[in-house]
Write a protein that binds this ligand. Structure first.
Ligand code: MSP
Length: 669
């Protein structure tokens, strides 16, 4: 078969402001599945992942952690890379945007855009969302359209990219390339965003330092998204002087597939192609956006406090269990829920009882009746062997359209068919209607068919559950699975006379306490789920109220239950200054506050409207619990809780404060 060519695919590069969770793992696992399948099909594949390490958000997180940004990013990037390695993800390159190879090339890229007349200097005054590193076209105080956090007003002399010049070209491009953005919903969103008019984009910042300096004007740092998107070419060697690197760029660019989460479509499908057009470089062939992994009904994210770590699942069920679950349970492109219950259920029904059981019963019978050697069978004439080609074709078609869930459904119906075949033929039963020799031939035909089907299933499923597939492959006596050649899977590849390897179960049934075990690990790892956290910001009418919430701290002392210093340190108390205070319509007890923490500004809803006039609070320094999971009250997000004493029977709130002047952001400990 002729060489199918090259295939270059990427994941987004992950922000290092927080440790990885299974939302990040999801994208990387999907990319790994595609990369493994492409390699097995003979494509010369390059799979890139990495970390996004610049920008104000990272700078602030480092400050909060009390360490220098480089040290901070080194630590978190090592966690991402370490986890990807532990999960056996087969990336070819891991780029960090703080690496010199990236910085040099980004400066070249910026200079190229500037020299081509697409970057000019001007002044930007407007709103900026630090969390999403996004310029927002809206009045001061407006929330970010993506995450809902309050935007900050910035006024800076900046460099601008002439995005407006690409409106028509982009629309023409989308029109000519219907598969450029997938799925359809994202494509429509992107097109309507561009149709509504593109403004020039600010591509430098001067208010902080943690970024790549603009070449020749070093008080500016390059906008973090321009810096980050360029990783897809800098990692290949664009802009490098090294001929080997240049060669790699020539070979692999343009990308065949950028895999992203849906929330970053605009950056990838509008800004990135515009930058590339301006630089005169070819555009990626396709960008596919998947949905969100939800946990307890909202997007899994550190700021919401509802994360699950991949390590927990690896420890109890193994990496294959997580891979299989994510690809089978979530319809690619749509949001999907994660739960430990569903994970264990899938594991037991599909992996332990399905594939695992088929492998062990088939191989055990070959062992028993043929002393561990694949028997010689009559040539395939009808039945299962003839149906296999359709299963292979369907599985391949669904995989290549990224319908992983359906692909696995198809493959598992094949598993079901082989299982049913074994049960109905019952090769273990002694037959009285035929001679011993005929009985042995009958067994040989049945078991060869089951073992050959198992080989084909194993080769197909390898990209999804590589560890288990590698084990079954070796048990079938076929050695190293990397040599499995997906191009040539067809009936009859298993040679009679092949000696089985050593047999052992691949997916033992999950222990009864697997769910609680994983939940306990999560708790130990300090990832409390929302219902375990104290109630957020006080709205007496709707929840326990400021008084009650503040009272929770006292409750521990009252019950004589002692907590350790580590427990106390989990509560992040900080000094904040109230910048905005106003009543919330139709909520008598509720005030909407915007507080400044020095490193960020956020909105908190507090049930103190009966005790304080909003105007009297402006400028006041208060104590807040800074690490509470956000929560919505009356449709507004509350990000933290104000600490107050609770007086009298009615629990009148009195805000905690200081006699000396204190710096905003200072931690109480
Ligand atoms: N640094 C940018 C991307 C720059 S790419 C040039 C960024 N980083 S991120 O860490 O916030 O998110 C990166 C990706 O992680 C998301 O696009 C998505 O693929 C994945 N996910 C993070 N949380 C997720 C879920 N809860 N669910 C599914 N994927 C999630 O944005």
């Amino acid at each position: 078969m002729s060489n199918p060519g090259k295939y270059y695919l990427t994941t987004p590069i992950y922000y290092v402001n927080a440790r990885p969770h299974i939302g990040h793992a999801y994208t990387t696992i999907v990319a790994d599945v595609i990369a493994r399948r492409k390699r097995a099909l003979g494509f010369d594949t390059w799979f890139l992942t990495g970390t996004d390490e610049h920008g104000q958000k990272i700078e602030r997180s480092a400050r909060q952690a009390g360490i220098a940004p480089q040290e901070f990013t080194d630590r978190v990037a090592a966690e991402f890379k370490g986890l990807w390695d532990r999960m056996g993800l087969s990336y070819d390159d891991f780029i960090r945007t703080t690496e010199p190879r990236h910085k040099r090339a980004v400066q070249k890229f910026f200079a190229l855009l500037k020299d081509s007349g697409y970057i000019y200097k001007g002044t930007y005054t407007g709103q900026y969302c630090v969390f999403d590193e996004l310029y927002v076209d809206a009045p001061p105080g407006s929330p970010c359209p993506d995450c809902g956090r309050t935007t900050e007003t910035v006024s800076e002399e900046n460099y601008f990219f002439k995005l407006s010049a690409f409106e028509r070209k982009l629309l023409e491009f989308y029109d000519a390339n219907p598969d450029f953005v997938r799925p359809e919903t994202r494509r429509n969103e992107v097109i309507s965003f561009v149709r509504s008019g593109l403004k020039d984009l600010s591509v430098s910042r001067t208010s902080f330092k943690w970024g790549i300096p603009v070449p020749g004007d070093e008080k500016h740092v390059i906008y973090v998204w321009l810096d980050a998107l360029a990783n897809y070419i800098t990692a290949l060697g664009w802009g490098s002087e090294d001929p080997k690197e240049q060669e790699r760029f020539k070979k692999f660019w343009p990308a065949d597939l950028h895999i992203i989460g849906k929330e970053i479509s605009r950056f990838h499908c509008v800004y990135w192609p515009a930058f590339l057009m301006a630089a005169g470089l070819p555009l990626p062939k396709s960008i596919v956006a998947h949905g969100w992994l939800l946990f307890e009904e909202s997007k899994m994210s550190k700021s919401r406090g509802n994360i699950v770590r991949a390590e927990t699942i690896l420890e109890v069920l193994g990496a294959d269990a997580l891979r299989y679950f994510l690809l089978r349970e979530i319809v690619f492109g749509q949001d999907g829920g994660f739960s430990f219950d569903a994970l264990v259920q899938r594991y037991n029904s599909d992996l332990a009882n399905g594939y695992g059981n088929l492998a062990s019963r088939t191989l055990a019978m070959v062992q028993r009746y043929f002393e561990g050697t694949i028997p010689d069978a009559a040539p395939c004439e009808a039945g299962l062997c003839k149906e296999t080609a359709a299963y292979i074709a369907n599985f391949g078609k669904e995989c290549d359209s990224l319908n992983f869930s359906r692909a696995l459904e198809t493959l598992w119906s094949f598993i079901g068919a082989v299982d049913g075949f074994l049960t109905s033929r019952a090769p273990w039963k002694a037959r009285t209607d035929i001679s011993d020799r005929e009985q042995q031939q009958y067994r040989a035909d049945v078991l060869y068919t089951a073992a050959e089907a198992l080989r084909i299933i194993t080769a197909l499923v390898y990209p999804i559950i590589p560890d288990a597939a590698a084990k079954v492959w070796a048990q079938l006596g076929l050695g190293d699975i990397k040599q499995a050649d997906l191009k040539n899977i067809e009936w009859g590849g298993l040679k009679p006379g092949t000696r089985l390897g050593e047999l052992s179960p691949v997916f033992p049934r999950a222990e009864k306490d697997a769910i609680t075990h994983m939940q306990e690990i999560e708790q130990k790892n300090n990832a409390p789920k929302p219902e375990e956290q104290p109630s957020v910001a006080p709205a007496p009418a709707e929840s326990k109220g400021a008084e009650a919430a503040a009272g929770q701290v006292a409750t521990h002392a009252q019950t004589n239950e002692k907590i350790s210093i580590d427990d106390f340190m989990k509560v992040e108390l900080r000094v904040a200054q109230i910048k905005v205070a106003e009543r919330v319509p139709k909520a008598d007890k509720l005030l909407r506050l915007e507080v400044d923490l020095g490193y960020e500004q956020r909105q908190i809803l507090a049930g103190i409207a009966e005790a304080y006039e909003p105007e009297s609070l402006i400028g006041r320094k208060v104590v807040i619990v800074a690490n509470l999971a956000p929560r919505k009250l009356r449709g507004l997000e509350s990000n933290g809780m104000i600490v107050a004493a609770s007086l009298g029977e009615k629990g009148r709130p009195v805000l905690a404060g200081f006699l000396e002047d204190v710096e905003v952001g200072a931690r109480l400990k």
